[in-house]
Design a protein around this ligand. Structure first.
Ligand SMILES: [Zn+2]
Length: 464
């Protein structure tokens, strides 16, 4: 039987390394890897001069979010298109447990929002805001519904998101029994709260006070405490958006000890520093945890090269330029977060591979392979191999182009990466066997994305 599609003459990054091959696709899956020039397919996508990568897996995005008084530009349709344009074919977003409410009801609500329109394959982490006997009894049901990770915030009390240490510890005890993993927003609430009140009271309102009121110790403390809870309960733990370099040693030591602990950093922490908070457009660069120093930035790259970081995520939040400016009079009112799901590939490829900080194979693991395995998708996503979903992105490794705010899909009006000269732009994206983006244009329908039932996580313990 002739395959449906052949991606011919590209350099594909396979589990064994980069090789010039033809990739054959039958239905939604990869069906064969052939010597270059020998692949067959009823449709042909020429990849000469291109790198062919497994489609990106971004396990940290917030589409359709309302937070700190602002709403995201993206919903699950437009956000998915942005992801696919950026070569990301799988995302993991979040379902919210309302305070005093059911987690399963929160999950069902999020799926009703996403399923009819979603354009990219997606999973959900469950945000836990209220730990009660009833909610703990829901954990087994979450796992059966394909949600194998629980998001906890250690701060954002005013927004009703924070869990205190007692609740987190109780949740981890039960999550360990159910084989679920905690994904943690790790910042010490009390230190931040005190510093913010003091800064606001003293009239220190400039955007740079966002970073000054969230010093590295807030991350270091919260990461260390959660690792101690992981050791005590046996619960698997993933640290979201780690930026303070001094917290890396804690994660590395936990892994060396054999604890099921992993960590990610985000695109913006690899590309930018706290110097951005002095610019006239400083509100665009307000996210939590905050941007840190240049020396800190290089230590994150080192941790991507040598461990313990095993993923680069976007922490995508598409507030518009206008919405970000609303807090210009006081840092405490600026909605946290920035767009990045679409920029993740060219920014990471350029700073990482093109500028020699990481090799091509490691880049692919950080962009796609390891996030898939860490979040229970390692049997279908993140790898170019027969039997895996035919999720692929073709990039041009050589052409260079300056990033502008127009490079975001939709009316966001800014990108934190504006002005950067980037390479590795995607030229085509294939999702479950269909060419869904070509030359930046989305060719699919709304609702073509699928909810992904995720299995247990791989903690990547072999990485040190
Ligand atoms: Zn986030």
């Amino acid at each position: 039987m002739t395959p449906d599609l052949v991606i011919a003459n590209g350099t594909a990054v396979l589990p064994s390394g980069a090789a010039e091959v033809d990739v054959e696709v039958t239905g939604e899956r990869i069906s064969g890897i052939r010597a270059a020039g020998t692949g067959q397919g009823r449709e042909r996508l020429d990849a000469a001069g291109r790198l062919v990568l497994p489609g990106g897996v971004d396990p940290h995005v917030h589409f359709l979010i309302a937070f700190m008084g602002q709403r995201s530009v993206y919903d699950f349709a437009s956000g998915g298109i942005a992801a696919l344009r950026g070569g990301t074919t799988t995302v993991i977003d979040f379902a919210l447990q309302r305070h005093g409410g059911s987690m399963l009801a929160g999950l069902a609500h999020r799926r009703r929002q996403a399923d009819p329109v979603v354009t990219v394959d997606y999973g959900l982490h469950q945000i836990v805001t209220d730990v009660t006997e009833q909610s703990l009894d829901e954990l087994a049901g979450l796992r059966e519904a394909g949600v194998t990770s629980l998001k906890v915030y250690t701060t954002y009390e005013d927004d009703g998101l924070r869990l205190d240490d007692g609740a987190l510890h109780a949740l981890m005890e039960r999550a360990a029994q159910e084989g679920l993993r905690i994904v943690l927003h790790a910042e010490n609430h009390e230190i931040i709260d005190r510093l913010r009140r003091k800064a606001v009271a003293e009239g220190n309102h400039a955007p740079r006070f966002h970073a000054l009121t969230r010093p590295p110790i807030t991350e270091i403390d919260a990461v260390g405490r959660a690792i101690a809870f992981s050791r005590d309960t046996g619960c698997a733990l993933h640290i979201l958006h780690l930026v303070a370099a001094d917290a890396l040693a804690l994660v590395a030591a936990a892994r060396a000890e054999g604890l099921p602990v992993t960590a990610e950093t985000c695109t913006h922490y690899l590309a930018l520093t706290e110097a951005a908070l002095e610019r006239p457009d400083a509100p665009h660069f307000v996210m939590s945890p905050p941007l840190r120093s240049e020396a800190n930035r290089e230590k994150l790259w080192q941790a991507l090269r040598e461990g313990p970081l095993t993923a680069v995520t976007s922490d995508e939040v598409s507030y518009s330029a206008e919405a970000k400016t609303i807090g210009i009079d006081c840092f405490a009112d600026i909605a946290n977060g920035c767009p990045g799901v679409e920029a993740r590939l060219p920014v990471l490829f350029t700073l990482g591979v093109a500028e020699g900080r990481i090799g091509l194979e490691r880049f692919v693991e950080l962009f796609s392979g390891w996030p898939a395995r860490m979040f229970g998708l390692g049997d279908r996503k993140g790898r170019i191999a027969p039997g895996f979903d035919a999720d692929l992105v073709l990039i041009d490794p050589t052409s260079r182009r300056r990033m502008t705010s127009e490079d975001n899909y939709g009316p966001i009006g800014y990108t934190p990466y504006a002005g950067m000269e980037l390479s590795g732009w995607p030229v085509a994206t294939v999702a479950r066997g269909a060419v869904v983006v070509r030359g930046g244009a989305y060719l699919g329908d709304e609702g073509r994305g699928r909810f992904l039932h995720r299995g247990p996580a791989d903690t990547l313990q072999e990485l040190r």
